[in-house]
Design a protein around this ligand. Structure first.
Ligand code: ASP
Length: 325
């Protein structure tokens, strides 16, 4: 029987970064090495082949954008449909990995493993974490247990689900996870061990189908802070088709913000600037036209709203979507 290939898609990031010597851990240029070179730097990788690779981009992931997400999702869908492909690994910068992962979780329609990885230290650094992360991502993509589990993020020996994962530290190699919910699994002795499955709708069952390079509606985020200039909310809302408010604590909005929001008619989602825990609806949300983000952080709530608002939706439909994905 022919062993199916793992497709490795390079997008850039620190994993493909080079610095000025082995001690340069925070000053380096992300996205300067090609995906082929990354693969060559991983001892024993060939044992998990065969492989094919595509250089999708070579950027610092702070340059990611909805335009690139759409193109990447179309590419991953196309690759996943190929009979000779068994799984897909995407190398990506860590700064926006959680956003790209959630976008793909909602728009890639496959049960084949889709695994994202990156690194916190550039390829030239002492104890660079890129090679082991890439090896472990491939090992997970080869694992039977990873099938049908949505988009996974493999970093520092742990496996996380795209919906829940977040970057939690500026420089630590163990930065990825969820502050409260823990990891989905880990990688050991060449394979992925999963202990939990994602409960929200994803990948194969997602209703969000992307057509050829669509332009997604602009969705703005306003994260609150004490003394926010209220004009900022109007400024962002005028440029948006939907708005995410990162409220205080449990999505708390001061009265002054509520008054401004009442006059804004585009769909509005109340999330929390904390980015952890659930924001549940309260008795005034419906009256004020607010939907709650459930446990999605503002950046992830933005992605879901962006995909949902590709067409007009009723408030009930948006509530359903935020309760399902
Ligand atoms: N700035 C880098 C990026 O996101 C950080 C990293 O990859 O760790 O591309």
């Amino acid at each position: 029987m022919n062993v199916k290939k793992i497709m490795i898609i390079g997008t850039g990031g620190t994993i493909a970064g080079t610095g000025n010597g082995a001690s340069a851990l925070t000053e380096y240029r992300a996205g300067s090495i090609g995906v082929q070179e990354l693969m060559q730097a991983v001892p024993t990788l060939e044992g998990y082949g065969p492989f094919e690779s595509i250089q999708f981009s070579n950027i610092d992931s702070s340059e990611m954008s909805p335009y690139r997400w759409v193109r990447l999702a179309l590419l991953v869908n196309e690759v996943a449909e190929r009979d000779d492909i068994g799984g897909i690994v995407i190398t990506h910068g860590t700064d926006t990995m959680e956003e790209t992962a959630y976008f793909l979780q909602l728009t890639v329609h496959t049960k084949k493993p889709v695994v994202m990885t990156g690194s916190m230290r550039p390829a030239t650094a002492l104890s660079a974490d890129g090679p082991v992360n890439l090896l472990q991502a491939v090992q997970v993509a080869r694992s039977e247990s990873a099938k049908g589990q949505g988009v996974l993020v493999v970093m520092n020996g742990y496996i996380d689900s795209a919906r829940e994962v977040a970057k939690l530290h500026t420089t630590d190699v163990g930065t990825f996870g969820n502050a409260q919910l823990g990891h989905m699994g880990c990688v050991q002795n060449g394979r992925g061990y999963l202990y939990y499955a994602p409960c929200r709708t994803h990948t194969k069952d997602s209703e969000f189908i992307l057509r050829e390079e669509v332009e997604l509606p602009p969705i703005g985020i306003v994260n609150l802070y004490a003394g926010l200039d209220l004009d900022v909310i109007d400024f962002i809302a005028q440029r948006s088709k939907g708005l995410i408010i990162g409220g205080f604590g449990h999505g708390t909005l001061p009265q002054s913000v509520r008054e401004v929001l009442k006059k804004i008619t585009i769909p509005k989602v109340r999330s929390s600037r904390i980015g952890n825990g659930i924001v549940s609806s309260n008795s005034s949300d419906a009256k004020e036209g607010l939907i709650v983000s459930d446990s999605l952080s503002p950046v992830k709530a933005r992605i879901l709203l962006m995909l949902a608002l590709q067409r007009e939706r009723s408030r009930e439909d948006l509530e359903r979507i935020f309760a399902s994905y």
